[in-house]
Write a protein that binds this ligand. Sequence first.
Ligand SMILES: [Zn+2]
Length: 133
Amino acid sequence: MLGPRLYSPFDETMWKSIAEGGMRIQRCDECSTYRYPPGACCPNCLSIDFGWEPISGNAKVLSWITYHKQYLPAYPAPTTIVAAMLDEGEILITNIDASETDKLSVDCAVRVVYGDHPDGYKIPRFTLATQTS
Ligand SMILES: [Zn+2]
């Protein structure tokens, strides 16, 4: 277990929202562009003014990769990492349960869920979005 979590100057609100099970990302006050990962200014209009908006949690898969070798203690092999575009237009890269790997396809729907990281904090993860729910 690591010591107290250290934040960058811009991501504390995001990590706290993840810990509460409702991820928020920055949204520009001037032009309404969402931005992720958190940063100092809007990539669209360069405004430094922003608020925090909850994400819908819905995303479409862009790509994925499965590691068959363990590189980090928290991620035993096989580990599948997915890049997906959130409804808000930002790309989130995180893992998905390895048992869902065979069901992935480009543009398939996934949603964000919140899992426990072994180092003692929550992380956003993907799971397949079921059509029946
Ligand atoms: Zn902007």
